[in-house]
Design a protein around this ligand. Structure first.
Ligand code: HSE
Length: 314
């Protein structure tokens, strides 16, 4: 019995949409889950393996365990295999991919006791904010928030001519650290600025207007506070815009920068940003990624035997 899940990287915030906007990207982790006689076996391959603990401390494992806990069932012995492609703790949703991948794989193994919305609520509880886990689960561009304890979301169409360049520095920045530097309160003026830019951004996305999207990226709620944690960030972002990007934002809590480009104009953007960052003393690599519109996929499921798991829906 094998469940195989493919889960995308995500970029959160999209500039001014702090904790509210996110987009799935065509870069995928693959997770396989097998029921075995007993215990926990773990195998990790791919990028950043040294940062992914192959133990019960692993975020995928915790998400899998969460499904069994919610069902009030003992988990069977499991073999978990991860092929990791999403850079770890770089601002591309590695923990959201782990959470969504683990929840969906375990849900599949248990014959789908939870609906998509229930899985999303579990994922938001595990992650603490919805803006990465929602697009990891649903794909596309997702506006999301927790309203009266339930995750509300609206999926927006992905603009047809949008291409992203992600520029990934060679140092990690855990979200926990990057949230610690945020202020406890902001001025009315800054709040109004972000309400305005985020509203314009959502309207631009809804109408496929990449130019307006790029023009309204400026954020004053989180990026200025995070800038000291990411040396050379402002210069690299400016180089991306000068090289033709419509807009550049910190991807999630950083340190990765994401440049939003009209299809065909992305060519010089990555090299210009990498070179500028190098001059500021930061080594980085770049990738061109298109938005993913599918979200998590269960790509192969052989011979489920739910009776082995003794699982009944909650
Ligand atoms: N919205 C979150 C933040 C994303 O910026 O802290 C982090 O994954």
């Amino acid at each position: 019995m094998t469940v195989r899940v493919r889960v995308p990287a995500t970029t959160a915030n999209l500039g001014p949409g702090f904790d509210s906007l996110g987009m799935a990207l065509q870069l995928y982790n693959e997770i396989e889950l097998d029921v075995i006689d007993q215990g926990l076996e773990f195998e990790v391959t791919g990028v950043g393996v040294e940062m992914v603990p192959p133990t019960s401390e692993n975020v995928i494992y915790k998400a899998v365990q969460c499904v069994f806990d919610q069902l009030g069932k003992r988990r069977p012995g499991l073999a978990l295999r991860l092929h990791n492609a999403v850079p770890v703790t770089r601002g591309l949703g590695s923990s959201a991919a782990a959470i969504v991948g683990g929840l969906v794989a375990a849900n599949e193994l248990c014959n789908r006791p939870f609906t998509e919305d229930q899985l999303l609520d579990l994922a938001v509880t595990l992650e603490g904010h919805p803006d990465n886990v929602a697009p990891a689960l649903l794909g596309g561009i997702v506006v999301s928030g927790v309203v009266n304890g339930k995750t509300r979301y609206v999926k927006l169409p992905v603009p047809k001519d949008l291409v992203c360049v992600v520029v990934v520095p060679d140092f990690p920045l855990p979200t926990k650290e990057s949230r610690k530097v945020l202020p406890g309160a902001v001025s009315f003026r800054d709040a109004v600025h972000n309400v305005n830019r985020a509203s314009l951004l959502v309207a631009a996305l809804a109408t496929g207007d990449v130019d307006t999207m790029g023009a309204v990226m400026e954020d004053v709620l989180h990026e200025p506070y995070r800038m000291p944690l990411v040396p050379g960030m402002a210069e690299a972002a400016a180089a991306g815009r000068a090289a033709g990007a419509a807009g550049v934002a910190l991807s999630g809590s950083g340190p990765t920068l994401i440049a939003f480009c009209r299809n065909g104009s992305e060519g010089p953007v990555g090299p210009a940003m990498v070179e500028t960052w190098r001059r500021a003393g930061v080594e980085a690599t770049w990738m061109v990624l298109c938005p993913d519109d599918r979200g998590v996929c269960v790509s192969t499921v052989d011979a489920l035997r739910p009776e082995v798991l003794d699982v009944t829906p909650p």
